[in-house]
Design a protein around this ligand. Structure first.
Ligand SMILES: *Cc1c(COP(=O)(O)O)cnc(C)c1O
Length: 401
């Protein structure tokens, strides 16, 4: 088939910005016309270590010359190594590798249901999520998040999901019955608008789940892998889940996701229970290992926290100076949200005019998700861009431009 009217053969699922990046280095991207942009979106919290990090490039090149793919019909040594490291650094004992966040979230849902089925409670299938959640674009992940806009037109949604309107145990109690399998929650909602769940609520949830025989599943696809200044965002609350989905940051730009689980929960997934052709492929394992080695190296997360402190202090000054443009600084560490008074997309566009990339999110926020190894000099560029963009939007409001 020849190109369509707008001369693209790509299914029109995205509203894309008219920029074509052809190379990247560190926090900077270069377009096909040679223009450079500071990347404070990181491909939506994916490029943990920026673009073309020499250790990631090296790991991928070395593996590419040895072996790309064998399938899970065979042992894959790289899976054992990365799983061992993930488990050593977390609550988990068992890991399943997949390729994306939606797959990890969906696999987590399956794992939670399988646990109850294995324990002679097959009626326990319902997963309760929270308003504003996002778990990916597969049908079950959409049903879990319960955003009607995303389900519209796609036929019957999978059943066995419920949404809790607020972060409240009282609201949750109204929803729990003898079909409930567990709770799904992002410790910090990303797409929903960088909405941090109060740490005390995460602790209450842990107690609530234990008291009712429910599983607690965390979706750390966006907030995990050092983004908040801890390896996993839930560490700030001092609680652990039974099962967790990760993706985005762990691959540093290579498609990689995983389900992490305690032994009690993960061991319910037996041969034949689940699978993925590409999941845990040697290329992904080589890159994931390198990302985790760098993020877990001595001092790395301390530096992330220092960097975040430096950046966030200046961002709160910006909020003080431009309350008519941005009203609130959200998030933790380098998972940053600016709640806008103007249209969030106007701020994103204005920043782009200043050669800085950011990402819009729910509740009229703009996400700033720089690489975790962002340099001070680049932060100064970002603050100048933000200052210019806010000043510009203020002038526009006043009708002086
Ligand atoms: C991005 C995201 C997903 C979906 O990840 P994909 O790789 O796009 O499938 C799921 N959960 C959360 C919290 C996310 O931010």
């Amino acid at each position: 088939m020849s190109p369509t009217e707008n001369s693209s053969n790509i299914m029109p699922t995205y509203r894309r910005t008219d920029l074509r990046f052809v190379s990247g280095a560190g926090a900077w991207l270069t377009t096909d016309t040679g223009d450079k942009y500071l990347d404070f979106g990181s491909g939506i919290a994916v490029n943990t270590l920026g673009h073309a990090h020499p250790r990631l490039v090296g790991a991928l090149q070395t593996q590419a010359e040895k072996l790309w793919h064998v399938s899970n019909l065979y042992d894959i040594p790289g899976q054992e190594a990365l799983a061992a490291h993930l488990c050593a650094e977390s609550f988990a004992d068992l890991v399943f590798f997949c390729n994306s966040g939606a797959e990890a979230a969906e696999g987590m849902i399956k794992t939670m249901r399988k646990y109850h089925a294995t324990h002679n409670q097959p009626a326990r299938v319902t997963l309760i999520s929270f308003a504003g959640a996002f778990h990916g674009r597969t049908l079950a992940a959409l049903a879990a998040a319960g955003n009607p806009d995303y389900l519209q037109g796609f036929g019957p949604a999978p059943v066995g999901f419920a949404q809790c309107p607020e972060f409240s145990i009282a609201a949750l109690e109204e929803l729990v019955d003898d079909t409930t399998a567990g709770i799904l929650i992002e410790p910090i909602q990303g797409e929903g608008g960088v909405r941090a769940v109060p740490p005390a609520f995460l602790r209450d949830l842990r107690e609530f789940c234990d008291a009712h025989g429910l599983l607690l599943g965390f979706d750390e696809v966006q907030c995990g892998i050092g983004r908040t200044g801890r390896l996993f965002a839930h560490e700030w609350a001092g609680v652990t889940p039974d099962v967790m989905a990760i993706a985005k940051g762990i691959g540093g730009g290579f498609p990689l996701g995983a389900i992490l689980a305690t032994h009690a929960v993960g061991s319910c997934m037996q041969p034949g229970s689940h699978g993925s052709t590409y999941g845990g492929n040697p290329l992904a394992m080589a890159v994931g290992k390198e990302v985790l080695d760098v993020v877990c190296a001595d001092g790395f997360l301390e530096t992330v926290n220092d960097t975040a402190g430096y950046l966030r202090q200046q961002l709160s000054a910006l909020v003080d100076k431009y309350p008519d443009i941005v009203s609130e600084l959200r998030g933790t560490g380098l998972m940053i949200g600016l709640k806008c008074v103007c249209e969030n997309t106007a701020l994103v566009a204005s920043l782009r005019g200043e050669r800085m990339l950011s990402v819009p999110a729910g509740e009229n926020t703009v996400r700033l998700l720089p690489p975790l190894n962002i340099e001070r000099e680049d932060i100064r560029f970002a603050m100048d861009a933000l200052e210019q963009a806010c000043a510009h939007l203020r002038d526009e409001k006043a009708g002086t431009v």
